[in-house]
Design a protein around this ligand. Structure first.
Ligand SMILES: [Zn+2]
Length: 410
């Protein structure tokens, strides 16, 4: 039995008065974040050091009495937690900047940016006395807020914090709880998972997880809505409306994507004792425009993140194999390596033993065979592992010569 932290997110059913209160809190959080960022930048220029969230909160409290009377109407948690988020954002920035210097990171370093309501109302985190009812949640200052789904939040769990989030006009609450967790004994099989683009994944036992391509199917509609936004006058009511519909569609696609991934990763972690995946260079793959959209749609980094924590919950052992290991281009039977294998080759033909099978299945079986020999998962989202080259999966040359492969046209 161990104690784990887990978040439960569910939609709120708010009345107009509550929406106004939530908007005010979110506004205070955004304001504090941006103010804190400006203060940090200013202090850094002058002294070379940056004030911490605690320093800034003290300064803000003094300011509140004289300059910011509206801030007194919101819970003190909203600005305080926003300043904490800012500290976290800087910690991630410094960590990633160090990795970049060592050449271990190819993606963005992510310097914190200012927040404004045009980019969404954002969120607010509250701590303190939070009470969960079967159909409502009681939050400091905001009071009792109705939930749309009854019974999802557990009333008995110890609540650490609650975050209220706005997305495309809807309001959600994510409740972080501490709960006892019993890790079950997982007696499932060992499975290699080859993540693809054409299909979401191929398993070494032969099952293929289809790629639902939510973004792709909504792409036409997205383009139309984007066009509608760009052709409306700035600041007009019609533009605002168009922006709203676009945000709703984006939100819908994101929800569908999250749902597909959650189902798949849960099933893997619950039913397999060992899951072997390849340490793909997602950031590197996204630079290739032919593949970028499809890979972004699949959410490979998110797949890895979910699988990492779910594996720990369900007693599944996650093994991450180095991308330098020949998996796609080696024969699983005899080990012969096809140096010329490209993305366009859908079938793997072994010239040594005559084996012929689906290339993704061959890769998945190779991964499963590496279950015992490789190191364990080292990080949650794989960003640190962005290395020099692309995975064997992606051979740029083949795509440039044949733009009409499945990847580019499907
Ligand atoms: Zn062979």
């Amino acid at each position: 039995m161990s104690v784990i932290q887990r978040a439960y997110k569910t939609e709120l059913d708010l009345n107009n008065e509550q929406i106004t209160a939530c908007r005010m809190h979110a506004g205070a959080a955004r304001w504090a974040y941006s103010w804190g960022l400006a203060r940090k930048q200013e202090a850094y220029r002058q002294t070379g050091r940056m004030p911490s969230a605690i320093d800034l909160h003290r300064e803000l409290n003094a300011l509140k009495k004289t300059d910011l009377p509206w801030m007194c109407e919101v819970s003190k948690c909203a600005p305080q937690e926003a300043l904490r988020n800012l500290d976290t954002a800087f910690a991630h920035f410094f960590r990633r900047a160090a990795l970049k210097q060592q050449g271990k990171l190819h993606g963005k370093v992510g310097y914190p940016t200012f927040k404004n309501s045009k980019r969404g109302l954002g969120s607010l985190r509250l701590t303190g006395s939070i009470v969960v009812f079967p159909d409502a949640i009681q939050l400091p200052r905001l009071g009792r807020l109705q939930l749309k789904e009854r019974g999802y939040l557990q009333t008995s769990a110890k609540v650490l914090s609650a975050t209220v989030i706005e997305r495309a006009g809807r309001w959600y609450v994510s409740v972080l709880v501490e709960q006892e967790h019993h890790v079950p004994t997982n007696t499932g099989p060992v499975v290699g998972v080859d993540l693809g683009v054409k299909s979401l994944a191929t398993l070494s036992d032969g099952t293929v997880e289809p790629n639902p391509r939510h973004l792709r199917s909504s792409l036409g509609k997205l383009k139309r809505l984007q066009h509608a936004v760009s052709h409306k006058q700035k600041g007009s009511g019609n533009r605002k409306k168009a922006v709203g519909s676009l945000a709703t569609l984006h939100c819908r696609v994101a929800n569908q994507r999250a749902n597909t991934l959650h189902r798949f990763t849960s099933r893997l972690a619950k039913t397999k004792a060992v899951v072997v995946i390849e340490d793909l260079n997602v950031a590197g793959m996204l630079k290739n425009h032919h593949l970028a959209q499809a890979i972004g749609d699949v959410g490979l980094a998110e797949f890895r993140r979910q699988l990492t924590y779910k594996a720990a919950w369900y007693g599944c052992h996650l093994v991450v194999v180095s991308r330098w290991e020949p998996t796609s281009n080696a024969c699983y039977e005899c080990g012969w390596v096809n140096e010329q294998l490209t993305l366009a080759d859908r079938t793997f033909y072994c010239q040594a033993c005559g084996l012929a099978l689906d290339r993704d299945l061959n890769a998945a079986i190779n991964l499963a065979k590496l279950a015992g020999s490789s190191s364990e998962s080292r990080n949650a989202c794989g960003e640190e592992s962005a290395g020099q080259g692309l995975a064997a999966l992606v051979k740029l040359s083949s795509l440039k010569q044949e733009p009409n492969t499945d990847y580019a046209s499907a």
